[in-house]
Design a protein around this ligand. Structure first.
Ligand code: PMP
Length: 367
């Protein structure tokens, strides 16, 4: 049988495995940071209406520049992030993964490098590899925050072309404060200058305000966002960024023409009409996230403070065995390879109760 490595594939892809959390069919799935709440029925009906309308002109290519959608996203950001942005500062693509890919195609690539502070979102490294961008694993402190001094030193040493700052960070849940972002941005400009990408996929769940206002007067600073988490629309595949309009012009050099289908644009516009309802679910999830932190600590777990819709907990001698024991009780969480730690996504109150019961049993087994 032919294997991947028998193909004339690029050397850097040889022996590699694709990204992907196990998609197992178990009663309680808290492993991929999805929103547990299905879209509300009125929104489902509005999507049907908007998609029906879009279907009437599917013989034509969609709006290549997605202007109506980018205007809606700019309004949403202006309303919720404490900083006014307009459509020319916003760009949208099929998930923030595609946004990140387009940024790396335009600002990374062969002979260039990107840095992230690990453990962090593993796709930053994987998309770097896929775009031929060299990857540098930057440091993170024992408590999973970014040590500004150490991060600045790593930027000065490696002089990367792209700097990723994930806030709140996946898988640890830790947020980054504005002073740290400014210090890293300054170091990155002094070293190269380079593009600084603040990945705010979980921004809506944070206790802290968005870092978006920092783009003002900083044309090399980008904030990326997604409708996969707060909007409960992971299946939609809609991510976006806000930055100087020149950055938007730059990604248009590498985006595929008509990359955002008319159906996607129509669905995302419908979701934006229901922002307030969807943000109501975010409030519930934030409360559940805080409950998970408190109750896990009461059970004797070591828990990392979380600003996201998930919680990192431990410490386990063998985190894979702990993962397996939770799975045996019908609860799927994520083993991100952080030694001694697992990550659980905040689900519905019932799912979280089932998870906490399973941890209670696990802690007794380990005792
Ligand atoms: N950034 C971070 C930090 C993430 O955790 C994720 C999804 N897990 C993404 C980006 C990508 O999300 P999407 O492509 O669904 O927008």
């Amino acid at each position: 049988m032919t294997g991947i490595d028998d193909l004339p594939i690029r050397d850097e892809l040889r022996g590699k495995t694709p990204y992907g959390a196990p998609q197992l069919d178990v009663p309680v799935r808290l492993n991929t940071n999805e929103n547990p709440y299905p879209l509300p029925e009125p929104l489902v009906r509005r999507i049907a209406e908007r998609v029906t309308e879009a279907a009437r002109t599917l013989n034509r290519y969609p709006d290549r520049d997605a202007v109506e959608l980018r205007t809606g996203l700019a309004d949403y950001l202006s309303r919720t992030c404490g900083h006014r942005v307009t459509a020319p500062q916003v760009w949208a693509a099929n998930g923030s993964n595609e946004v990140i890919q387009q940024l790396l195609q335009a600002f990374g690539g062969p002979g260039r490098t990107a840095i992230g502070f690990e453990p962090s979102y593993s796709m930053h490294a994987l998309i770097s590899r896929g775009t031929g961008t060299g990857w540098i694993s930057g440091p993170r402190s024992e408590d999973f925050t970014i040590d500004t001094g150490a991060a600045v030193a790593a930027i000065a040493e490696h002089r990367p072309d792209v700097v990723f700052i994930t806030s709140p960070n996946n898988p640890t849940g830790t947020a980054v404060d504005a002073d740290t972002v400014l210090a890293l941005h300054e170091a990155a400009q002094a070293a190269k200058p380079s593009l600084v990408v603040v990945d705010e996929a979980y921004g809506e769940f944070s206790h802290r305000p968005s870092l978006l206002p920092l783009i003002e007067g900083r044309p090399h600073l980008v904030v990326s966002r997604t409708m996969s988490k707060a909007f409960g629309a992971a299946g939609l595949r809609l991510g976006y960024l806000a930055a100087d309009p020149a950055v938007v012009d730059a990604v248009q050099l590498v985006r595929l023409p008509y990359h955002l289908s008319a159906v996607t644009q129509a669905t995302a516009l419908a979701a934006l009409e229901h922002t307030d309802t969807l943000l109501g679910y975010v409030d519930q999830l934030k409360a559940e996230r805080d409950r998970l932190v408190t109750e896990l600590r009461a059970l004797g777990c070591e828990v990392t403070d979380s600003d996201a819709n998930f919680v990192q907990f431990g410490r386990f001698e063998d985190s894979h065995r702990a993962w397996q024991r939770l799975l045996e009780q019908g609860v799927l969480v994520r083993d991100n390879g952080v030694p001694g730690r697992l990550r659980v996504t905040a689900g519905t109150p019932e799912e979280n109760d089932a998870f906490l019961d399973a941890v209670r049993v696990l802690m007794k087994q380990s005792a």
